[in-house]
Structures are given as C-alpha cells and as structure tokens.
Design a binder for this molecule. Structure first.
Ligand code: HEM
Length: 151
C-alpha cells in the first residue's frame, strides 16, 4: 500500500459519486423531483475527491500526458455545464428537454473520460474519444428532440 494507491482509491470514489449524481439527476429529470440540495453537498465532495488526488497522481506519476490534460479539461466542462444546468432548472429557466440533452451529453463525456483514464491514449485520440462521447450523448437525446405527431 502506498500514497499513490490511496489517491487512486479516493479518485475512483469521486468518479463513482459523479456517476451516482448523474444517475440521480436523470431520475429527477424524469420524475420532476428536485435533488438540488443533495447536489449542492455531494457535487463539491465529488469534485474534491476527483481533482485533489487526480492532480497528486499526475504530479507523482505520469505527468501532464494527453489523456490527463483532456481528462482535466473535460471534467471542468462537465462541472461547469452541470452547475449551469442545475441552477437554471431550479429557477425554472431551462426546459426539461434542454436539461435532458445537457445530462446525456455530460454522461457521454464522463464515460469518455473513464475510457481515457484507463486506456490512456495520446492527446488527439483522447480528445476524439470525448468528441465521440458528446456525439453519443446527442444521439441518445434524439428521441427527446422529435416532436410527437398526432395520429
Ligand atoms: C470525469 C472525471 C474523471 C473520471 C470519471 C476519472 C476516472 C478515473 C478512473 C476510473 C481511473 C482509474 C484508471 C485505472 O486505474 O486504470 C482514473 C485514474 C487516474 N486519473 Fe482520473 N478521472 C477523472 C478526472 C481526472 C482528472 C481531472 C485528473 C487530473 C487532474 C485525473 C487524473 C488521473 C490519474 C493521474 C489517474 C491514474 C492513472 C494510473 O496511474 O493508472 N482524472 N481516473
């Protein structure tokens, strides 16, 4: 057992928490319930658990490789768009359909980061994987974009 292994454990717990929060967000979008209070507490805990050990591992281990840079940039985007979506849904300023697209795209991006973190491709390939995650998220949102035509 060493500090790097413990940092990796905390980092993975943070990533699990991120996916738990995304799952709860998807559930609340469908049911119209709100999880804002819980997100306000668990969101920053997940961010700290991902970022602090993530930075430590980058500096102690592989350095700023392509996948680490793309992982950090993508995570910042996921957190910023997530906060923007949450605040606007809470204030009634965002349609459920837009919030659903935001949720699916962030889920695709988070899955892409897990791929990058485990497979560790170079910068271009890592960014391409995130682009594929975004495209899959948008593709999954297509059924919600189609207007229902009356029979
Ligand atoms: C969406 C956010 C993130 C998710 C879901 C995520 C997920 C993961 C997972 C599952 C692993 C384990 C990979 C393995 O052991 O094979 C890992 C490792 C790692 N992550 Fe992240 N991560 C995220 C963000 C970040 C960020 C922002 C950084 C850097 C600032 C980072 C740096 C690292 C490093 C250095 C490793 C260790 C790789 C190794 O030694 O094998 N991660 N991450």
């Amino acid at each position: 057992m060493n500090w790097y292994a413990i940092a990796l454990f905390v980092h993975i717990v943070g990533a699990l928490l991120l996916f738990a929060l995304l799952t709860i967000e998807g559930f609340t979008l469908r049911t119209g319930m709100t999880a804002a209070q819980m997100n306000r507490i668990l969101g920053p805990i997940s961010a700290l658990a991902i970022l602090v050990p993530g930075m430590y591992m980058v500096l102690a281990g592989p350095g700023w490789t392509g996948w680490a840079v793309v992982g950090l940039a993508t995570y910042v985007l996921i957190a910023a768009v997530g906060a923007y979506t949450g605040i606007n849904v809470m204030r009634g300023r965002m349609a459920a359909r837009t919030a659903t697209i935001s949720w699916l795209v962030r889920t695709g991006m988070a899955l892409a980061v897990v791929f990058d973190m485990t497979v560790k491709p170079d910068l271009i390939a890592s960014a391409a994987v995130v682009a594929v995650g975004v495209i899959l998220g948008v593709a999954a949102a297509v059924p919600t974009l189609r207007a229902v035509r009356p029979a």
